[in-house]
Design a protein around this ligand. Structure first.
Ligand SMILES: Cc1ncc(COP(=O)(O)O)c(C=O)c1O
Length: 448
């Protein structure tokens, strides 16, 4: 078996045919010498261009929560395209935009009752950061410009999101970024909380690092704290018990807005509509995307509290309150997909399903604990991460070899350095959960 990062069977695409496409977040030259091409998808499976069925253990990229090609979503997009293909949301709109905003506020925690539409998670984060600064300025508090985020955080690829990113490799080549940013430590500490199931018992005190940062930066300079309720791409780090509550309390004490970036945790992955619902902690702003349309049409959003929205609704009625927006904000096709996705989530009871399957998922994940190379396993909802001990002199090799072996075995998971990430559609069956972890077991026992 070939063990490069993109080992796959034979694609009919030639190297020349692939050359013009500059793939994102991909080693392009390696990929084009051994591509991985999908030509179809349905339910839990992808179909490759050499006709293999691959079980999707990543829900695409943490986003296809209801599984692929959901008929109702497909038909809603088709009907909308035929009826109203596009209308701008700059001083005009269409019914589905209002309906989708209403439906989202219905499932969001109480008090989060306004939705600003974007086209991606990155745009949602940049929008939220701008709204946070705008909110304070509207209060006459223009000195509140600083953002506090967290090590290992992923907040997308816009300049704002990159500035609050906690992943050094993402930031390194692009500086200078926004200077008014500081970071909390992440919450992963295998010494105290290795192999924890769900929320670790250890680590709530790490929220107090925020108080320490406030001794360096006067609280009156801080606009917002932004965190993923569960760090996702940075390695699936569930919040320690009590941690988010403490962050909320400190923010409240100092007039700081709390933003939850729920691009991954939104729309059911934790067994509730949002992580905020699952953890019982309500931020001032939620950013979301991915599962919002079941990934069938790109869309993101910022869900803001009445407090934030009302503060910005100032000045004469004919004045634009927020000089911000995108050509495709509330795109009709995305709104149609979003409404259909919410119907599917509801009709199939997928958030409850994720909650019900979570213990099964957890047991399978932790069943790999004694395998070679495994140094930590974490899970929450239908998310899991497995840390492998890096091979001496070749960090990341074990992770990519293992993910590759799974792929050859018909299972798509994500290798990120030496961490394996798994995040399936919420329609997954118990049998398919067993299949995913059995493939990882085979892969782990096969690598050196
Ligand atoms: C927490 C979080 N925020 C933001 C983003 C960026 O979203 P997008 O890739 O849609 O721009 C992601 C993407 O994975 C994410 O996980």
């Amino acid at each position: 078996m070939t063990m490069n990062a993109f080992a796959s069977s034979n694609s009919p695409l030639t190297r020349e045919a692939m050359e013009p496409f500059w793939l994102p977040m991909t080693p392009n030259r390696q990929f084009k010498s051994k591509p991985r091409i999908f030509v179809g998808a349905e339910g839990m499976h992808y179909v490759t261009d050499d006709n293999r069925r691959i079980l999707d253990g990543m829900a695409g990229l943490w986003c296809v929560n209801a599984g692929h090609a959901q008929r109702r979503i497909v038909e809603a997009i088709q009907a909308q395209a035929a009826k109203l293909d596009f209308v701008s949301s700059f001083q005009m709109s269409h019914p589905a935009a209002f309906e989708l905003a209403r439906r989202i506020t219905e499932i969001a925690p109480a008090g989060l009752d306004h939705v600003f539409f974007t086209n991606s998670g990155s745009e949602a984060v940049d929008t939220a950061l701008k709204i946070a600064r705008g909110y304070h300025r509207a209060h006459g508090d223009a000195s509140r410009i600083r953002f506090i985020s967290r090590a290992k955080a992923y907040h997308g690829m816009g300049w704002g999101g990159l500035s609050v990113s906690g992943i050094v490799r993402h930031r390194r080549d692009f500086g200078p970024l926004l200077p008014e940013v500081d970071h909390l430590p992440h919450t992963h500490n295998p010494e105290h909380a290795a192999f924890s199931r769900g929320q670790p018992q250890w680590g709530a005190h790490l929220a107090d690092e925020l108080s320490k940062l406030l001794q360096v930066h006067d609280p009156s300079t801080i606009a917002a704290v932004i965190v993923e309720p569960v760090t996702g791409s940075g390695g699936v780090l569930p919040p320690p018990v009590g941690y988010l509550e403490r962050l909320r309390k400190i923010c409240d004490q100092h007039g700081i807005l709390l933003i939850f970036d729920e691009v991954i945790t939104g729309f059911g992955r934790l067994g509730a509509a949002f992580g905020a619902n699952a953890f019982g902690v309500t931020p001032d702003i939620i950013t979301c995307a991915k599962g919002m349309t079941n990934a069938a049409v790109p869309m993101g959003g910022v869900i803001a509290s009445g407090k934030v929205y009302d503060a910005l609704m100032q000045g004469p009625d004919n004045a634009i309150e927020l000089f911000h927006g995108y050509t495709y904000s509330a795109h009709p096709l995305a709104c149609a997909a979003g409404l259909a996705a919410l119907d599917v989530y509801q009709d199939l009871g997928l958030f409850e399903r994720a909650r019900r399957l979570a213990p099964v998922w957890e047991n399978h994940a932790h069943g790999l604990r004694d395998l070679p190379h495994v140094i930590d396993i974490r899970n929450i909802g239908l998310l899991a991460a497995i840390d492998l001990k890096p091979r001496e002199g070749a960090p990341g090799a074990r992770g990519s070899e293992c993910a590759n072996r799974c792929y050859e075995d018909g299972i798509l998971i994500r290798g990120s350095g030496d961490t394996l990430l798994i995040s399936p559609p919420l329609i997954i069956t118990e049998e398919q959960i067993a299949d995913i972890f059995a493939a990882i077991r085979r892969a782990l026992t096969g690598i050196s």
